[in-house]
Design a protein around this ligand. Structure first.
Ligand code: HEC
Ligand code: HEC
Length: 461
């Protein structure tokens, strides 16, 4: 692997097809190429920050611009015009990378601390204007924990955890931690009494253009698969496409709430950082927070189309790193168990992308994302009680597992699931319920050697 590592240093950020010309390691034809021809070979803490290996020459400049605007802090608007201002007045973070650290995954807070790399979504029962969650009349759809000087933040959020004990089939005990999020110090009066709170940790942003390129008919076919075992029945989430002004299949976010990388990024600029784009030109404060209007705006929109496009291209073309140890005996055994336990029914190992207009490098690729991009009922234990379009509180999008074994090297933690409650991969599996309850029970009843093999397989992804 040493030559691979060397190559990846040379291609830092711009994994180049021209530079990379080695033979593929491992015997299982292409098994390590998680992102098809876009796959990069890096296991360092930069493993999620490289561009698609086959990135077109003409996309490179925009990738660099996107990289810069994703990683650097945005500033409050002032009298002088700047391309990087307009932050807030209410916001959660100053940069995309504050949550998507090194293009990877955010961490949840420790006990009794506020979340720093999460979105705290809120809503009321019923449907909002576009059929999505109904916002709180005062605080909107997400709690903004920071504000510019002179403006009150919306609230302070604190996490607490309760330990829950359990046993593996062989008697070995384990503990899981059930989180609770408290919203206090409200800046603009009470929250609606029936508000529901959904804490979501920032996921890694690798391979997203590939997921966008998976044809809608593939997702509909996966949703229509007859006779699945264990009562598994995924469905597409149908969400609002703000640009096309119609309902389409959702793909991004923990509940497949966003239809495209573009809309997801516009939502992030707006909801997480208080920045307007041509897609979402309204600021993120409500009438009750109209004091925010007294501050200068960073332009109309605050994020120019050129910068917005570059950030979307960046988030679409960050590469998925190759698998490691694909022929290792334990890993191969774990892969068999993954299939035998029916994990692969939801975490579908291979998909093919169709044609993504403007992106030949992402089109017609055989990818290994380990997801069906469908939402599944994972049971009451994981429910946030907050429906999002067709996804109920218990429904979550099958999390793509590609790159999951590198979260430790990139982000220096191994917290998993939508709110980071799982402290390692085994805990993530033990939280599965609902449609995945049978799979979880099979895992719980494996021998310690088999459990280790399954985890080693996940670590190879
Ligand atoms: C406050 C933390 C935070 C900040 C800042 C943030 N994000 Fe996110 N990001 C999230 C969370 C949480 C999700 C999951 C959202 C959901 O499930 O609806 C997410 C999801 C995404 C996704 C979809 C990933 C997937 O696998 O579906 C993309 C793309 C993304 N963010 C891009 C951005 C960009 C671009 C910025 C900066 C403009 C940004 N984010 C800023 C927290 C953040
Ligand atoms: C019914 C569909 C389904 C089955 C079966 C299933 N999963 Fe999942 N898996 C999901 C969903 C949905 C999530 C996201 C849940 C969440 O974040 O709350 C997930 C999350 C995960 C995660 C955490 C991913 C992350 O990014 O944090 C791991 C690891 C995982 N599953 C492994 C497995 C393994 C191993 C099995 C088999 C024992 C399995 N899953 C069976 C649907 C499924």
């Amino acid at each position: 692997m040493s030559t691979l590592r060397l190559t990846s240093i040379v291609c830092l950020w711009l994994g180049s097809g021209a530079v990379w010309a080695g033979t593929e390691p491992g015997a299982a034809a292409g098994a390590e190429l998680s992102g098809g021809d876009t796959t990069v070979f890096d296991t360092s803490h930069n493993a999620f920050s490289l561009s698609a290996r086959n990135l077109e020459e003409k996309h490179r400049a925009a990738f660099y611009v996107g990289h810069s605007f994703f990683n650097e802090n945005w500033l409050a608007a002032t009298a002088t015009v700047s391309s990087r201002d307009g932050l807030g007045p209410l916001f959660v973070a100053r940069a995309c990378s504050a949550c998507h650290v090194r293009d990877g995954r955010g961490a949840p807070p420790d006990d009794n601390l506020p979340p720093e790399m999460m979105a705290i979504r809120i809503s009321l029962p019923g449907r909002g204007p576009d059929g999505g969650p109904k916002p709180d009349p005062v605080y909107g759809g997400q709690i903004q924990t920071h504000a510019l000087p002179g403006i009150k933040p919306e609230a302070v959020v604190l996490a607490t955890y309760q330990e829950i004990g359990g046993n593996y089939g062989d008697g070995t005990p384990y503990t899981l931690r059930q989180p609770r999020y408290l919203i206090t110090d409200l800046g603009y009066g009470p929250l609606a009494s029936n508000v529901v709170v959904s804490p979501l940790v920032a996921p890694a942003v690798i391979g997203l253009g590939l997921l966008e390129a998976v044809p809608e008919r593939t997702l509909r076919t996966l949703a229509g698969r007859p006779g699945l075992p264990d009562g598994i029945a995924g469905k597409v989430n149908l969400v609002w496409d703000a640009a096309r002004r119609r309902e389409v299949v959702g793909r991004f976010g923990w509940k497949a709430e966003q239809p495209s990388v573009r809309q997801q990024c516009a939502m992030a600029f707006n909801g997480d950082m208080g920045l307007t784009t041509s897609l979402f030109p309204r600021e993120n404060y409500t009438e009750a927070e109209s004091i925010c209007r007294s501050l200068p705006s960073g332009g109309n929109p605050e994020v120019s189309d050129e910068i917005f496009d570059a950030v979307v291209l960046y988030a679409s073309t960050l590469a998925v790193p190759a698998r490691r140890n694909v022929t290792n005996e334990m890993v191969v055994h774990g892969e068999q168990l993954f299939k035998q336990l029916n994990c692969a029914v939801c975490h579908v190992p291979r998909l093919e992308t169709g044609k993504l207009p403007g992106f030949p490098e992402l089109s017609h690729q055989l990818i290994r994302p380990y997801t069906d991009l469908l939402v599944h009922d994972l049971g009451e234990g994981l429910s946030d009680h907050r429906p999002v379009f067709a996804a109920s509180g218990r429904d979550w999008r099958t999390a793509p597992l590609w790159g999951i074994g590198l979260v430790g090297s990139v982000n220096e933690h191994t917290f998993f699931l939508h709110d980071g409650r799982a402290r390692d991969l085994s805990e993530a599996i033990l939280w599965h319920g609902g449609e995945a309850e049978s799979a979880r029970e099979r895992f719980r009843n494996l021998s310690v050697q088999e459990r280790t093999a399954l985890v080693r397989f996940l670590e190879s992804l």
